[in-house]
Design a protein. Structure first.
Length: 417
């Protein structure tokens, strides 16, 4: 067995000719179906594929990657409705790919009742993400089961010896459309907990994500090149961004979600790579952030890669002892770089944000010198300083290269005109 552990990969054959894309997915009905299968019980017209029947061992020791793949393959190729069942017990998996397209009647269901544990590996390959779903149209993952990434086995050794690059994500979704993830738990991911890219019409609800505050680069939910993604009723406490929204993400909403510890809910970083697609239509609403480094944040690199971020709403947020409750940072990254960010930020609303700040500068809007922010508004901001009072240091805002439209309550006071 190599140092990166067993990498189990499945490539399915051609799907049936009559199979067509699942275009009529109703997310609300998908949520109802997700809740109905959460305990492992399938509707009567659904065939169940139990991983135990394919040789998986629920002993917390035996590697069961290939057994899970065999069960998934049968479910994916079933002629009718199908559900993959992960029952009670502890299952050990190495890096595993569940790949479509599937010919089963959509949506393909996965009920997670037991605990899935990452294979012990102190030197994981950066490109060997753990549980991978690829090219599936119509997918529901539901249950109260746990994905334990065993990140504590790699955080310190990896960072001490090689620096903290991106480590394997726990759940990775590529080209997965019309999907629901509901109820599951992710603990101690080696890298990102949930990574989503090139997906459309995706719902994440009632998911618990946790890792220590000091765990490196353990973003809760990270997305790129994805549209129509809605995150609701989640609890995220981790060592990096609770939610990170990067290039090519459009029509994204985060609602009724608790964040902390972590680095806040972030749009960005943007402008890191060449030819990044724009970001627009982002709403963060009715969320609570507790003991986080940042609250509502937009961050872009100082370099020559142009793109746009627009149509952004941060609304009805509660901050509890947050270091940077409201932050636009267009000087992110290498502090020695004298370049200006080429990311154009416009139409950004911060509305009804209240609570406490751990820093005296609670509002920081640091925009690009070459491309100043446009259309930034702050309405009904009611933040109070929660730290130790220091003489002659006022509770304040800091603005650079931006003209802000203020209305309603403003605490801290607005930036000077």
């Amino acid at each position: 067995m190599g140092s990166v552990g067993i990498i189990a990969i499945l490539v399915l054959g051609l799907v049936l000719p009559e199979f067509q894309a699942f275009a009529q997915f109703d997310p609300d009905k998908g949520m109802e179906l997700a809740k109905s299968i959460a305990t492992g019980t399938a509707p009567p017209d659904v065939k169940v594929f139990n991983v135990l029947d394919f040789g998986a061992k629920a002993d917390g020791k035996s590697l069961s990657s290939i057994n899970f793949i065999r069960a998934f393959k049968e479910a994916c190729n079933h002629a009718g409705k199908a559900m993959l069942l992960i029952p009670k017990g502890e299952f050990v998996l190495g890096s595993t790919l569940f790949s479509g397209p599937c010919s089963a009647a959509p949506p393909l269901m996965v009920s997670v009742v037991g605990t899935i544990i990452a294979q012990a590996n102190t030197k994981p390959a950066e490109d060997a993400d753990w549980i991978n779903f690829n090219s599936i149209d119509g997918l529901i993952i539901s249950g109260k089961g746990v994905f334990n990434g065993k990140g504590e086995t790699v955080w310190k050794p990896k960072c001490d010896n090689q620096g903290c690059g991106r480590m394997p994500a726990t759940l990775k979704f590529i080209k997965v459309d019309n999907a629901v993830i509901s109820g599951i738990q992710s603990v101690n991911a080696k890298g990102f907990h949930v990574m989503i890219s090139i997906c459309n019409n995706f719902r994440i609800d009632d998911v618990n994500i946790s890792a220590p505050a000091e765990s490196p680069n353990t973003d809760g939910i990270h997305m790129s090149k994805t549209s129509m993604l809605k995150i609701t009723n989640c609890r995220i406490g981790t060592g990096d961004d609770c939610v990170s929204i990067i290039h090519g993400s459009t029509n994204i909403s985060v609602e009724n979600t608790a964040c902390g510890p972590g680095h806040g809910i972030s749009i960005g970083s943007l402008g890191h790579y060449d030819s990044e697609a724009d970001v627009f239509g982002i709403t963060v609403r009715n969320c609570t952030l507790t003991d986080t480094d940042n609250g509502a944040r937009i961050k872009t690199y100082r370099n020559d890669n142009p793109s746009k971020a627009s149509g952004i709403i941060f609304e009805d947020l509660v901050m509890k002892n947050v270091k940077n409750p409201i932050l636009i940072d267009q000087e992110y990254g290498n502090q020695g770089d004298v370049k200006s960010s080429k990311v154009s930020i416009s139409d950004v609303q911060f509305t009804n944000i209240k609570g406490t700040s751990a820093s005296k500068v609670a509002v920081q809007l640091i925009c690009s010198k070459s491309d100043p922010c446009q259309g930034v508004s702050l309405k009904d901001i009611d933040l109070q300083f929660a730290g130790t009072k220091e003489a002659n240091i006022p509770f304040s805002s800091n603005c650079t290269n931006v003209k802000v439209a203020y209305s309603g309550t403003q605490s801290p006071p607005p930036c000077p005109p």
